[in-house]
Write a protein that binds this ligand. Structure first.
Ligand code: DGT
Ligand code: CA
Ligand code: CA
Ligand code: ZN
Length: 581
């Protein structure tokens, strides 16, 4: 079982418990476990069972459920609850704007037991027969149905990657499979993924397809032949598998990695040279039978035969990469191993799961040279933001943690709220005491664009602010961002030597690639961050780096690639401001 499936089970249990009117603490425990598991960067089944209890949010009861789920695909708690409530009811509860009480009413009184039935009944105005169901609620329900269907469509990159990791692991065990690689939008590192594309070489395609379609991850076979199959995975996404002969692997990998726009442009280039290109290889146009491929075994030889260096998949969006490759000006993209530390994360003082010391130790274990350990500021009460007193106490705590982690240099960062008028959540003298100040908007999202732009411009102009955090406020699949004038904020950042954050949380991923590339154009520095709320989430650095690569960034564009010494120098850059402690 995949983490996403286990998370879905716990979410379902929580919802059913809610319906049953059970103890709120028990409900919350399941919800929290669901969230933690959905966010885990490793598959639970790859973590030894005795270590499950070390994961925040997993207690003895939940761990027992996990053991049952991993062993047999279900657990007693879920089975018992499912017997008490019909299946369609659950679908209704999950519609935003409906909730358990109303769903039960619709089920009991109008016999509505599916999304389709709900849509139908709402359109026919039958909901109004019930007390408390007016036109406004009807409208919200219809919107909620749309949203539930819409957000099912594409999966955020990280979730798709975890599922793909599991598939790669499974397919490695398939007899006869030689080369095996993920292609499509996932390989290009797009922020969301429509379906998974998997490619392998093997002599007997039919055997491989049979093995693939019988994997435990597969919930339904959409189509299957001798060399390709499409399946629906229980984790909620489709996967295409193609089996190709070894001599075509490079050509097929290139073709199915895409993007379509990149491929179209590449094909035009080939045409101009009297060549044609397809998923089997590169051929002379005169070779009508396509019997003698000029290249096709590897991507590298394919690009080289076209007179180009190999182009990293993250750049393949037809945004000038083919021209740059031709001119020999492709950037040397930043790599995960170039990163020397993280700026943005949270500890158990606010809404994180691990203590300052644990966050420091985990960063040290990763081999980072430095880390700035963060928290939320005082206004963000939902995340128990730190008062000035508590903030100052945490400086001393950081010193003590430093004594216990000699392998890494610790700094204090804070994600400080930008208040409605653009002032910061702590006064300047307090900001001055913090090593790295990240300015983020967490409130009043509905401000009109001119106000929001001015608000963030003001924050970017504060001489104590080092970087603008997650500029957009979006949560992919859950809510759109606030409206803000990006160019105007960028200008203020440039004029005040303020950097931009690329946030590696799977649902945030902002600023996105296109904006980050624009930031680089103006020579404004960028930071890649994890926004980790648990030590394990430092893994999101990989996602932040992927976005940076899609933005054409090199080591030189990114503050995380500075040595500790150079970073301190940057933090003390001239803007009439702070020294560091
Ligand atoms: P997705 O799945 O929507 O996130 O995006 P992709 O890029 O993974 O798209 P997908 O799965 O439909 O196809 C995978 C790749 O196969 C795509 O990036 C390029 C290639 N491909 C698919 N259909 C066509 C086509 O009609 N023409 C060309 N040139 N390439 C195609
Ligand atoms: Ca795809
Ligand atoms: Ca596909
Ligand atoms: Zn934040």
């Amino acid at each position: 079982m995949e983490n996403s499936q286990i998370a879905a089970v716990f979410d379902e249990i929580a919802t059913l418990l809610e319906l049953a009117g059970e103890n709120p603490f028990r409900i919350r425990a399941y919800r929290r476990a669901s969230q933690m598991i959905a966010g885990l960067p490793k598959q639970l089944r790859d973590i030894p069972a005795e270590e499950h209890l070390d994961i925040p949010g997993i207690g003895k009861g939940i761990a027992a459920n996990i053991a049952q789920l991993l062993a047999g695909g279900s657990c007693d708690d879920l089975d018992a609850l499912r017997k008490r409530f019909p299946k369609g009811l659950l679908e209704l509860i999950l519609v935003p704007g409906l909730g358990p009480k109303r769903a039960k009413l619709l089920f009991d009184r109008l016999k509505i037991d599916s999304l389709d039935a709900l849509r139908q009944a709402t359109r026919e105005g039958r909901l109004r027969e019930l007390a408390g169901f007016g036109p406004k609620l009807e409208e919200n329900i219809l919107k909620g149905i749309e949203f539930a269907a819409e957000s099912n469509k594409r999966m955020v990159y990280w979730d798709a990657k975890l599922i793909m990791d599991g598939l790669l692991l499974s397919m490695k065990d398939c007899p006869g499979v030689q080369q095996l690689e993920a292609a499509g939008s996932l390989r290009r590192g797009r922020e969301t993924v429509g379906d998974l594309d998997l490619l392998c070489t093997a002599r007997d395609g039919a055997k491989v397809i049979e093995f693939f379609t019988r994997l435990p991850q597969v919930s339904r076979i959409v189509g299957a032949g001798d060399t390709k199959a499409t399946v629906r995975l229980a984790a909620g996404i489709q996967c295409d598998l193609r089996v190709v002969p070894p001599e075509s692997f490079g050509a097929a990998l290139q073709y199915f990695t895409g993007s379509k726009d990149h491929n179209v442009a590449l094909r035009a280039l080939a045409q101009g040279k009297g060549l044609t290109i397809n998923e089997y290889g590169l051929f002379r146009k005169s070779d009508a039978k396509q019997s003698k491929p000029l290249a096709g075994k590897t991507e590298k030889e394919l690009y080289e035969r076209l007179g180009l260096p190999w182009i990293p998949p993250e750049l393949r969006e037809n945004r000038g990469e083919i021209e740059a490759a031709g001119a020999g000006t492709l950037p040397e993209l930043v790599k995960l191993k170039d990163v020397r530390g993280d700026f943005h994360n949270h500890t158990s003082h606010t809404d994180g799961q691990n203590s300052v010391l644990e966050m420091a130790q985990a960063a040290e274990k990763r081999g980072w040279e430095w880390v700035a350990i963060g928290d939320h500021s005082r206004s963000l009460t939902v995340a128990s933001g730190l008062s000035i007193d508590d903030l100052r106490k945490s400086f001393a705590e950081l010193k003590r943690a430093q004594d216990k982690t000699p392998g890494i240099r610790l700094m204090r960062s804070m994600e400080v709220d930008v208040l409605k008028d653009g002032s910061m959540d702590y006064p300047d003298p307090v900001l001055k005491e913090i090593d790295v100040v990240i300015a983020s908007v967490h409130s009043a999202f509905s401000q009109p664009e001119p106000e929001m732009t001015e608000r963030i411009r003001r924050a970017a102009s504060n001489p104590h602010v080092d970087m603008i955090g997650h500029l957009s406020g979006r949560l992919l699949g859950r809510r759109d961002g606030y409206r803000v004038g990006f160019e105007a904020v960028l200008e203020a950042a440039r004029d005040n030597a303020t950097a931009f954050e690329i946030n590696g949380q799977p649902q945030r991923q902002d600023i996105p690639d296109v904006q980050a590339r624009r930031v680089k154009e103006l020579d404004v520095p960028l930071a890649v961050t994890t926004d980790a709320h648990a030590a394990l989430q430092y893994d999101y650095m990989e996602l932040a780096v992927t976005i940076a690569r899609r933005a054409w960034l090199t080591r030189k564009d990114i503050l995380n690639c500075l040595s500790h010494k150079d970073l301190l120098e940057w933090l003390a850059r001239p803007r009439g401001r702070k020294g560091t402690r």
